[in-house]
Ligand binder design. Structure first.
Ligand code: CUO
Length: 704
């Protein structure tokens, strides 16, 4: 957790640790990930005598230790906020660590709540910059793995290194093929996607203030954009699999999709709730969690938000009218839709729609607590994306934002076209393939569970990895080649925006622009220098500012930079980022045609000031994945509306006639260009090196 570089079992690392902190490091690692008995030794290892223990009974009342912590439940979040505030307030690092340990050890603090509060306090504390987030599946393995897998890992950890085996996690383990949604389990249950989503909500916690210290710039807008993009990606996967687009949840109908997560919450010992197909959504009334919400209420909030959109005005708490302007409208709406709480302007009137939608689905199997059942997967950002109902609900939410964006004037031509800059060609190249062919396949990658699972191992078995092997979607890395002519006399800075969307619907019919624009999602966005005359931009897919590599989702401590003092700045967002292995949709074995779109906009207009100017090269050891995650303490690094230029409808210049197709959207000889590419899926499996030795035996889960 905290420790000198190179020591074993260090999850988090801070440069220049004091001797005392080093001494405490191994214990602190156990604090974060460990089993209950290690708690007993904490007070002797960490000097917490200067840190008076706060009264945490209110925390225990709001979120008892025996419950599954749910970020979407207001009381649970209030409790997490309380702990977080205490941790942020500590005047120095030692006291902070001491109090963190004491809280973790307290019988009043729910374990997942503690993880949330602690990690989010680290994001807020300057002295924790350089602090590296461990993989979430190491901290909270039971949010990712079924209990039998964890038991197998425990067994492996208890045998000597040379006798250990790799634990194979099957690609789809929550349903069989008679469930038509099962085919998309590779997306919904992807470990990188779920980790990303948890990290995103940790950083953009819904109670982060809109302005001032600790604020998250354009949080509401990013809530819309990040979730919209994940929906577009999911819909692309559906098209690749011959399935119709996600339908928004209808609150008056049964939920067609069931979900049985097969997870047990290790800390409370409770089993995550399951939902039968065709479950009716009814009023949730659980006084224990202080939740009382009905589907009718959700619809009422939705209607009020729709009315605000249609009139362009919201009412704040003081009954004042606030205009939804082009600059701020989407950001305010994002805050209103995501939740009320402390940031949204009027929770009483507009409610807490998004979070309560999660809650109504998460408790639909036991809405009035008759069976004393715990939350379903929808109750936690770490698990919500596993459930097919997540996409139904988020389509509902996304439709609210679409309604708003459609209400805005289409971008006039002068906001789209950059005179003097012309993209003359765009292509992608996968090594040893014909041009414009992208290839996906399966990969087996290993992650070491041994660092995160503390089994109270003895000295003999303390060392060495406990390998789990995941089969996940992956693609062959490729390069973009973009030809640009700068007709001006001077070099200029350009922002290159690369998007992709399916060209056809699941029946193979060409999508019209109105539908297709909603399916475009980013592959990359970067700034480049354009010399006068012809420029050739070659860009590697793995350099995308959207993604983080496998190793950043599954921390490999040994990959840290050689100079610990270089670990500075923004690395606390390490771990947030779309997983690189999911950059491309699966495609199909015969190939699915996509429209690749490249647009170059004026970099000088797009640039925002940086206060903590560090290049990514300086932020070694951890990638920036700024498109979905932004940069900690900085403005979102692009002035354009998120999703630009596909965030609005488009019309023929000077008319109200809708644009019919993508080709029509792109003016001739302009700063935009499109190329058709084919994504082909080769149904083969590669093995990523660097994991378990090839000679190691395997435990697979067949027959379960
Ligand atoms: Cu990310 Cu609903 O916002 O889960």
């Amino acid at each position: 957790f905290l420790g000198p570089r190179g020591s074993t079992n260090v999850l988090y690392e801070i440069p220049n640790l004091s001797q005392q902190q080093r001494h405490a490091s191994e214990t602190l690692r156990r604090v974060l990930t460990g089993a209950e008995p290690t708690m007993r030794i904490v007070p002797s290892m960490v000097n917490i005598s200067n840190v008076p223990m706060p009264d945490l009974t209110n925390v225990a009342r709001l979120c008892p230790k025996t419950q599954i912590f749910s970020y979407f439940i207001p009381n649970h979040r209030r409790a997490a906020e309380e702990v977080r505030a205490l941790l942020v307030r500590e005047p120095n690092t030692d006291n902070f660590i001491g109090l963190a340990c004491a809280c973790r050890d307290s019988t009043n603090v729910n374990t997942e709540l503690w993880v949330h509060a602690f990690a989010s306090a680290c994001l807020a504390r300057r002295d924790m910059r350089g602090f590296r987030m461990p993989s979430l599946c190491e901290i909270l393995p039971s949010s990712f793995f079924a209990p039998h897998v964890i038991r197998q890992a425990q067994q492996q950890a208890s045998v000597p290194n040379q006798d250990r085996m790799v634990i194979e996690i099957p690609r789809a383990f929550t349903s069989n093929s008679s469930n038509r949604e099962a085919v998309l389990a590779y997306y919904r249950e992807d470990i990188g996607i779920n980790s990303h989503h948890w990290h995103w909500h940790l950083i953009y916690t819904s109670t982060a203030p809109r302005t001032g210290p600790g604020s998250r710039n354009r949080k509401g807008e990013l809530f819309y954009h990040m979730h919209h993009s994940m929906m577009a990606r999911y819909d692309a996967e559906r098209i690749c699999n011959g399935m119709e687009l996600t339908l928004p949840l209808d609150l008056t109908q049964r939920v067609a999709e069931g979900y049985f997560p097969k997870l047990t919450n290790a800390n409370s010992g409770r089993i995550w709730g399951s939902r039968q197909e065709g479950t009716v959504l009814t009023a949730v009334n659980r006084p224990g969690e202080d939740i009382a919400v009905t589907p009718t209420q959700l619809r009422q909030w939705n209607d009020r938000i729709a009315e605000a959109i249609d009139t362009g005005v919201i009412m704040n708490n003081n009954n004042e009218r606030i205009m939804l302007t082009e600059e701020t409208g989407i950001d305010i709406l994002g805050d209103i839709v995501e939740n009320g709480g402390t940031v949204a302007p009027n929770e009483r009137f507009y409610g807490n729609m998004h979070n309560m939608g999660h809650v109504i689905i998460a408790y639909s199997h036991d809405p009035i607590n008759r069976h004393l059942e715990a939350t379903g997967a929808m109750g936690d950002p770490a698990t919500a994306m596993r459930d097919p109902a997540f996409y139904r609900w988020h389509k509902f939410v996304d439709d609210v934002f679409t309604r708003y964006k459609v209400s805005l004037q289409p971008y006039p031509r002068e906001r789209l076209v950059w005179q003097g800059i012309q993209v003359t060609g765009v292509g992608v190249q996968t090594p040893n393939e014909r041009p414009n062919i992208l290839v996906t396949h399966w990969t087996q990658s290993d992650a070491d569970l041994g660092r995160g699972l503390d089994f109270g191992r003895n000295a003999a078995t303390m060392q060495g990895a406990v390998w789990a092997r995941f089969t996940h979607l992956n693609h062959r890395r490729f390069t973009y080649q973009i030809n640009v002519t700068n007709g001006g006399p001077q070099a200029v800075s350009g922002t290159v925006r690369i998007y992709i969307a399916p060209r056809n619907n699941h029946r193979g019919e060409k999508l019209n622009f109105r539908d297709q624009r909603l399916l475009f999602f980013e592959l990359d966005k970067f700034t480049t220098n354009l010399q006068p005359g012809n420029n050739v931009i070659n860009r590697n897919s793995q350099d995308s500012t959207l993604v983080i590599p496998w190793g950043d989702t599954f921390r490999d401590i040994e990959a840290l930079p050689a100079q610990p003092e270089n670990i500075t700045g923004d690395q606390a967002v390490c771990g947030c980022g779309w997983p690189e292995h999911m950059l491309l949709p699966r495609g199909s074995q015969t190939g699915v045609t996509f429209d690749l779109f490249v647009m170059i906009t004026n970099g000088a207009e797009d640039a925002v000031p940086r206060t903590n100017a560090q290049s990514s090269a300086q932020r070694q050891g951890c990638r920036d994945a700024v498109i979905y995650c932004g940069i900690l303490d900085e403005l979102y690094p692009d002035r354009k509306p998120m999703g630009f230029p596909f965030d609005r409808n488009a019309t023929q210049p000077g008319t109200s006639t809708p644009i019919a197709s993508l080709d029509e959207f792109i003016p001739a000889n302009s700063n935009m260009f499109t190329t058709q590419v084919i994504i082909r899926h080769s149904n083969t499996t590669t093995i990523r090196g660097g994991g378990a030795p090839p000679t190691m035996g395997r435990i697979d889960q067949e027959g379960r």
